[in-house]
Each structure stands twice: as structure tokens, then as C-alpha cells.
Design a protein around this ligand. Structure first.
Ligand code: ADP
Ligand code: ZN
Ligand code: MG
Length: 500
């Protein structure tokens, strides 16, 4: 059959405060044409100057993608005309981009058409990472087109892969992993709807062993799902072309999300001639030791490595670890909470399991319900650790622990204080439990009578089971009678004694 080849070009907006070659504010959603100056508006005779923070962030991404940072890196002018680019050239990098020849390990799972899980594990080579300026934005409304130059000159890093991927699923995973990575590094917010991360996907197919085919480029994909869908659509479309003896045309296509298909945009038979030449107004950049050190110092443990470390170090499942490591702040929260629980005498793996469960279920539920993030939560990692430790030692029932969780969040107070005030500590005073048991015996006299009969009956599986059910029912009643506080072990013990 056919072999498919996919290479991605991903553009990310770097989170620099100002644009890449001028001092204008770099922000999304501001009033149109308010963050502009002669430099980014392309007035004649103005001088660009490099925002070193953009270079540093770009190099951080390059290093995270295992790229080599060259001894010298510089900028070129890429010439073409477009109304959203007032200089008629874009300052970009061509001959010596800031990051070269890297790789990433794709690792994850996908489902095939039958719903069966299949693993993805593959190395994808990174051709380069280069720094450039973004263009402005054109807004087409009826008969007029409007131009907003706020985005013109915003720091853009382009990451180009070699054509090492083969399926839409792999490309989707690449985008997801890259998104997580740049968010961990804090250099891009990864917001695909706002265009902070967008991708062009290149794909060709050919007869097995014949090498690359004629490339089709799908432009401006703003969601990882569209990357997957459009690529799989293209692979199928090109397959039909070859099946029927037709030729695939080298062209640029667009994804139509309403019709779930790609459509031609323009043919691109030959590589366009951009007449690149070195930007004369910017000096060659030579990263010195101090610069390189600042890049290395800004790197953090990356999501994939962290996911593996949490899995082995804390004994949580790969799924839990994957979910926790989705966001750096969540992984930080998790590790801090476990450390706090350990300080309070909980075993690491035990605490980790409970904290993971709470984080991924109850707490997540509350965050969604309240529409807030972990950082805004009154339940900080220490408070969660206190709760988990109290529940683990049996000082509080599981049910009351959850109530306390809600109360801590609603009232922004210490869990111990709330538990004391509401009297939610576990009740282990035998006299009080005995009193509750008396009440239950009176109210549930029929059940008690049945249990006593069963005690005299001949042992068999049915009887043992029935006895267990009735006992659990009565213990439950005792716990309920004490506001959920009675220690179930003591209640059970007293019940046994009282029955004979
Ligand atoms: P161009 O000069 O047209 O921009 P590049 O060589 O820079 O082409 O590659 C752009 C992207 O297209 C890269 O991600 C690369 O991996 C991918 N690519 C190049 N040729 C092919 C092909 N024949 N099939 C699939 N992807 C390709
Ligand atoms: Zn400007
Ligand atoms: Mg290219």
C-alpha cells in the first residue's frame, strides 16, 4: 500500500511583553491599531532592534526540542507582498536559525476505527526553530477589508519538523505535546483559538519505498483535532488519486471545518522565490556563555519526563500521572501536597494515591463548577495534605473529609478549625456510640430480631451474606445517628456484643 509522510510547521507566539523588533506592547485583544509604531508599521528609514527576551525564549524551546544552538545566528528578509505586512518583507531566519537539528519522542495512545487503543511511540526529527515577526490581521467584512496591525511584529517562533509522521493521530499528538512543553516553559500560552499556536501541515503519500510524494500543504490549522482530521482526509484523498492513476497536484489547501474536507487555496508548483538576503539593520547574534547559561537556567523538567517520574516515584498509574502533568501548576500542586502529607506522617505512596484521586475527581469537579483555576483555590496543597492525613489516620470519616473540603474552599479557613467547630471529628467515645446503638436497636427491632435468628441458624453462604448485609445496615444507622462521626470499627464491635 501507500506510505504517508507528514511534516509540521508550527507557529507559536512568544510571551514577550513587547514585540520582537520594537517596543510596542504585545497583547491579544487590544483595541485595533493601538500597539503600533513606525517600526512595526514599516515606515521607511526606521531601525529594528532585537528583543533579547524573544531570542532567549526561542532558544529555550529549541533546547527543549533537543536542537543545537549555532555559534552565530542571524536574520534575513523574506520578501513578498501582502497587505497585512506593511514593509513588504518579513524579518525571519533562513540560513542559520536559532535552533537546528533536534528531535522529540512522540509517546502516547490513540484509538483505531474499531475503538481499540494503539500505542504511539516514535522519534520525530526537528529540522529547525526560527524566530520571526508575525504579520497583522486582516478582517474581511462584506465589501471592505480592515487591517489591524497590533499583531504585526509580535514575536513568532516557527518550529519545523522533518516529514517523519505518518498519521493524523501522530501529528495531533505532536501538537499536544508541543503545546504542553511550551506552556511548561512559560514561553507561550498555547491558546489555539486565539492563534497563539497554529500549524501548517504538509502531507504526501507515495508507493511503499518510493520516498516522499508530491507535497500538499494545509494552512492555518487552529486546533489539534483539525490537524488530525485534515491530514487523515488528505491521506485518503491522495490515496484515491493514486488508486485511479491520477496525479496529486502540489498545492496549498485549506481545511473546511463545516464540510470536514480540504479544498484548494492556491497551487504551489515551484518553491516560491522570497529573495532572502541578510537583514542589514540587525547585527549577527552570537550567543555568549552568559546568554546560554540563562537559557539553560530557565529550562524546567519537561512534561514527559515529569510524567514518568511521578509514575515511578509516587506509584500512581500512567493515566493519573498523565492527567496530573497536563498542567505544570497541577503537577507542582500534587508534589507539594504529597510532601506536606509526608511531613504529617503519611506514607508517600498512600498519600499520593489519595491526593491524586482528590485532585482528579473532587477538586477538579469543584474547579469546573466554580470556573476557577488551582491557583485561585482556597484549598492550598498544605490544607489538602492536612485533610488527607486526618482521613488516613481515621480522625475523620471519608464523608466528613469531603464536607470539610467543600467548607475550606467556601470559607477559606483551616480544615482543623472547621472540623473542630462543626464537631466533625470521628467519634470513638464508647459511651456515646453505645447510646446511639440503643436508639438504633429500638427503631430497628425487626432487623435486630432477624439478625438474632440468623445467629442461631445453620451456617451457609446465603446466611453469612444476609448477616453481613443486616450488620452493615445497622452500623450505617449508628453512623448516621452520630452525624456521620461514629467510628465504624467500634460500632461494629459493640453491635456484636449487644447481639448475644
Ligand atoms: P518549503 O520550502 O516548501 O517550505 P520545506 O522543505 O521547508 O518546504 O518543508 C516544509 C515542511 O514540509 C516541513 O515540515 C517538511 O517536513 C515538510 N515536507 C517537505 N516535503 C514534504 C513531502 N514531500 N511530504 C510531506 N511533507 C513534506
Ligand atoms: Zn512597534
Ligand atoms: Mg519552509
Amino acid at each position: 500500500m501507500y506510505q504517508s509522510f507528514i511534516g509540521l510547521e508550527v507557529h507559536i507566539h512568544l510571551l514577550t511583553k513587547t514585540k520582537v523588533f520594537c517596543g510596542c506592547r504585545s497583547a491579544f485583544g487590544d483595541e485595533p491599531n493601538t500597539n503600533v509604531c513606525p517600526v512595526c508599521m514599516g515606515y521607511p528609514g526606521v531601525l529594528p532592534s532585537l528583543n533579547i527576551e524573544a531570542m532567549r525564549m526561542g532558544c529555550m524551546v529549541a533546547r527543549a526540542l533537543n536542537c543545537r544552538i549555532p555559534e552565530k545566528t542571524w536574520f534575513e528578509r523574506k520578501q513578498y507582498f501582502y497587505p497585512d505586512m506593511p514593509k513588504n518583507y518579513q524579518i525571519s531566519q533562513f540560513a542559520s536559525p536559532l535552533g537546528q537539528e533536534g528531535w522529540v519522542e512522540l509517546e502516547g495512545k490513540t484509538k483505531n476505527s474499531g475503538g481499540e487503543e494503539i500505542p504511539i511511540k516514535k522519534k520525530v526529527r526537528i529540522k529547525e526553530c526560527h524566530l520571526e515577526e508575525d504579520a497583522g490581521k486582516m478582517i474581511h467584512t462584506g465589501t471592505v477589508s480592515l487591517l489591524d496591525y497590533n499583531r504585526a511584529g509580535v514575536s513568532l517562533l516557527e518550529i519545523v519538523t522533518e516529514p517523519d509522521m505518518e498519521t493524523g493521530e501522530e501529528a495531533e499528538l505532536f501538537i499536544q505535546q508541543l503545546r504542553r512543553t511550551v506552556r511548561y516553559l512559560g514561553v507561550c500560552d498555547g491558546n489555539m483559538e486565539e492563534g497563539s499556536l497554529r500549524a501548517d501541515a504538509n502531507v504526501s503519500i507515495n508507493f511503499e519505498g518510493k520516498g516522499l510524494g508530491k507535497k500538499v500543504e494545509i494552512k492555518n490549522l487552529n486546533s489539534s483535532r483539525f490537524v488530525k482530521l485534515s491530514l487523515n482526509y488528505e491521506i485518503a484523498r491522495q490515496g484515491v488519486m493514486l488508486d485511479t492513476g491520477r496525479e496529486v497536484i502540489q498545492e496549498t489547501r485549506l481545511w473546511n471545518e463545516n464540510r470536514d474536507e480540504t479544498a484548494p487555496m492556491r497551487t504551489k508548483e515551484n518553491a516560491q522565490d522570497y529573495r532572502y538576503f541578510p537583514e542589514p539593520d540587525l547585527p549577527v547574534f552570537t550567543p555568549d556563555a552568559a546568554f546560554l547559561k540563562s537559557v539553560e537556567d530557565s529550562l524546567v523538567e519537561l512534561p514527559q519526563a515529569r510524567q514518568k517520574r511521578l509514575e515511578t516515584g509516587y506509584g500512581i498509574s500512567p493515566e493519573q500521572s498523565g492527567l496530573i502533568c497536563e498542567e505544570k501548576s497541577q503537577a507542582d500542586y500534587f508534589e507539594t501536597a504529597v510532601a506536606e502529607a509526608e511531613k504529617r506522617g503519611s506514607g508517600r505512596k498512600n498519600a499520593a494515591q489519595k491526593i491524586a484521586n482528590w485532585l482528579l475527581q473532587d477538586i477538579k469537579h469543584i474547579l469546573v463548577r466554580e470556573g476557577i483555576g488551582l491557583d485561585d483555590l482556597a484549598l492550598n496543597p498544605r490544607r489538602l495534605a492536612v485533610l488527607v492525613s486526618l482521613a488516613a489516620s481515621g480522625s475523620i470519616s471519608g464523608k466528613n473529609a469531603k464536607q470539610t473540603l467543600e467548607a475550606v474552599i467556601a470559607e477559606n479557613r483551616e480544615p482543623e478549625e472547621i472540623i473542630r467547630e462543626r464537631g466533625w471529628e470521628r467519634l470513638s467515645d464508647p459511651a456515646q456510640i453505645a447510646e446511639a446503638l440503643d436508639t438504633v436497636f429500638t427503631a430497628e427491632s425487626k432487623t435486630v430480631a432477624e439478625l438474632r435468628e440468623l445467629a442461631a441458624a445453620e451456617e451457609n453462604r446465603g446466611i453469612v451474606k444476609r448477616r453481613q448485609t443486616l450488620r452493615a445496615y445497622l452500623v450505617g444507622k449508628v453512623i448516621a445517628a452520630t452525624g456521620g462521626r461514629a467510628d465504624p470499627a467500634i460500632a461494629g464491635e459493640q453491635l456484636s456484643r449487644k447481639l448475644v
